[in-house]
Ligand binder design. Structure first.
Ligand code: SF4
Length: 215
């Protein structure tokens, strides 16, 4: 099957069956989403959603984070992964927002990546979810699902390589939704250790299924 056909089947399926996908992180404004995405690195959205309500109450904006310190922030996020580093990143992020961005979340991926704790993946999530830009954040789920389905060649061995192929084949207006579709499919169906291939609605055009399950 041509790669182009596979992408078309994927996008047609999700457009019909899951037209309005959303992030599972709970947030009320761009600042809160930025904090939540930084916290979600190597951590589940479920766990992040447990710690953020009191965190957002104490630190509702960049200014409040900038005036605090890592020790205090640590007390709110101790139950998530890498709390020490993330506490330092959050305070640094708040300070940079205040000092260099007039306390506003920048819209460009390049500027977002200047913020402490914000790598390319986080920057792409913010650009996509908040600013509806065609930015594809490749996390572990997007990476795995893209390979299993056969959306990307086996030579695409880095998140950036996968991102480039996805961006070439997915129409830009569909990229923000496609990002959620691939993440959610990886989280609930195409699970890392035991993909639910028998009940998967994408199996008719999945390269992994054709090679490992149907054969
Ligand atoms: S058929 Fe299996 S490997 Fe393919 S996308 Fe579905 S769950 Fe993943």
């Amino acid at each position: 099957m041509l790669r182009k056909e596979r992408f078309k089947m994927l996008l047609d399926y999700f457009t019909t069956n899951f037209p309005e996908p959303e992030t599972e992180l709970v947030y009320g404004n761009p600042f809160e989403l930025l904090v939540a995405v930084i916290l979600s690195a190597q951590c589940t959205d479920k766990r992040v959603n447990i710690v953020t309500p009191p965190l957002f109450e104490r630190f509702p904006d960049a200014e409040s984070l900038a005036l605090s310190n890592a020790e205090e922030v640590f007390g709110y996020i101790r139950s998530i992964s890498y709390p020490n580093n993330k506490a330092k990143h959050l305070v640094g992020m708040g300070r940079m927002l205040v000092e260099q961005f007039d306390s506003q979340i920048p819209a460009s991926v390049d500027e977002l990546q200047k913020l402490p704790g914000v790598g390319r993946k986080t920057a792409n999530v913010i650009a996509s979810v908040i600013f509806n830009q065609p930015a594809m954040a490749v996390d572990t789920h997007v990476f795995r699902v893209s390979h299993r389905l056969g959306l990307v060649p086996s030579t695409a061995t880095t998140p950036l390589a996968v991102e480039k192929v996805l961006m070439r084949y997915i129409p830009s207006e569909m990229v923000p939704k496609a990002h959620h579709w691939l993440i959610l499919h990886g989280r609930y169906v195409c699970i890392a250790r035991s993909p639910k291939c028998k009940s998967c609605e994408l199996k008719s055009f999945c390269a992994y299924y054709a090679k490992n399950v149907a054969a």
